[in-house]
Design a protein around this ligand. Structure first.
Ligand SMILES: NC(=O)c1ccc[n+]([C@@H]2O[C@H](COP(=O)([O-])OP(=O)(O)OC[C@H]3O[C@@H](n4cnc5c(N)ncnc54)[C@H](O)[C@@H]3O)[C@@H](O)[C@H]2O)c1
Length: 346
């Protein structure tokens, strides 16, 4: 009989791509989601697939999953800052109770449990790039703590289950991921910039744009999660793309890719916005033989096409043959950066 994997949060951006890749290799998939931040449209193409089952449930209250289970992938959680700031208590619940239910399901079946943790456990990093041995620098009481600390608790609970009960576990620390099925209103840097550029609106850069992000294409990210699941590593293991760009470089790349007439404007830097993010992926390279293969330009073009289709606008193909674009930038207003916003990037 084929493997039967339970994907908590399988209706989300990353989760739905994970369902696709697992089904493609012949696994059966039970997707559990309450669609609080995910979208039914992410998995409508899987309805009718003989290996796919959808269970609508809040994993913080229990896991109504019947039948055999080979693995449990726990991706259920609000992930973008607007989403977790709007659901602070739900975010803490799914990181704690949701994780506990996932671990108990895995243990009952002798199945392997994979936690989708985050680079946010490193907080505002004092070490760069971030390797798994760095313990992080997190503000436990700031607005973002509902997410960062929920994930840190989820990691602690996962390790406690492993040590105390022998549950087979793996922890993936996911770095910023982008690709098709990102929500247009996701609020993170890639969807913000692409949507603004498609609409010809100014691209909003928080602060002076010198903060860095490392962006991993979703196909690479999910391949990494599956490689970790298939290994016998416990982790944590960083899964992300080590190519680092400043936010202003990203803004320029998007404007040029789309041949957009957008200008770039600067807004207040959000509270606890991390200034640097780059994974050290030595462990994933050495132990899993995994590394990302999709370049930024290619990944952005695929994401822009999908986003353009979704909002009914012309995507990057329409930019082909256009003259090279000159990016217009407004003067940054230094005073604006001191205002404390909260929207930021995972
Ligand atoms: N996308 C990234 O860049 C990134 C980076 C680091 C970590 N992660 C982690 O990866 C996972 C997936 O992120 P994503 O970007 O796909 O976000 P997403 O919001 O698209 O997906 C999360 C899914 O979980 C579901 N969900 C949330 N709470 C639930 C609950 N209580 N019960 C059942 N379902 C619930 C949502 O409806 C959604 O479908 C998250 O755990 C996130 O923390 C993502």
């Amino acid at each position: 009989m084929s493997n039967r994997q339970v994907v908590l949060g399988g209706g989300g951006f990353l989760g739905s791509h994970l369902c696709d890749q697992l089904l493609d290799r012949g696994d059966q998939v039970v997707c559990v989601d309450d669609f609080s931040t995910g979208r039914r449209s992410n998995v409508t193409h899987l309805h009718g697939h003989p290996g796919f089952t959808l269970v609508e449930a809040d994993v913080s209250t229990g896991l109504p999953v019947e039948g055999p289970v080979t693995g449990v992938f726990h991706l259920a959680s609000p992930a973008s800052p607007p989403a977790f700031l709007a659901r602070p208590l739900e975010t803490l619940a799914v990181g704690s109770e949701g994780t506990r239910h996932g671990l108990e399901l895995a243990r009952r079946h002798g199945a392997r449990f994979l936690l989708a943790s985050t680079s946010e456990v490193y907080g505002e990093p004092a070490v760069h790039p971030q390797s798994e041995s760095y313990w992080g620098n997190v503000n436990p009481v700031g607005p973002r703590s509902v997410y960062d600390e929920a994930k840190r608790f989820a990691e602690a609970l996962t390790m406690a289950h492993h040590r105390a009960l022998g549950t087979d576990v793996a922890i993936a620390r996911i770095f910023n991921t982008y690709g098709p099925r990102l929500r247009p209103d996701d609020g993170r840097v890639v969807s913000n910039f692409l949507l603004q550029a498609l609409r010809g609106e100014p691209l909003t850069v928080y602060g002076d744009g010198s903060q860095t992000r490392s962006l991993c294409y979703v196909g690479d990210e999910v391949r990494g999660l599956i490689a970790l699941f298939d290994s016998d590593l416990t982790g944590p293991v960083n899964i992300g793309n080590p190519d680092e760009y400043t936010v202003i470089q990203l803004a320029r790349a998007v404007v040029e890719l789309l041949g957009s007439s957008s200008t770039i404007i600067h807004l207040a830097l959000p509270v606890d916005d991390p200034t640097r993010r780059r994974p050290d992926i030595t462990l994933a390279r050495d132990a899993l033989g995994w590394e990302p293969t999709t370049g930024l330009e290619d990944g952005l073009a695929r994401t822009a096409s999908a986003l353009a289709d979704e909002v009914g606008m012309a995507g990057p193909a329409s930019a082909q043959g256009t003259e090279a674009t000159t990016v217009q930038e407004s003067e940054p207003d230094p005073m604006a950066w001191t205002t404390q916003g909260v929207q930021s990037d995972d």
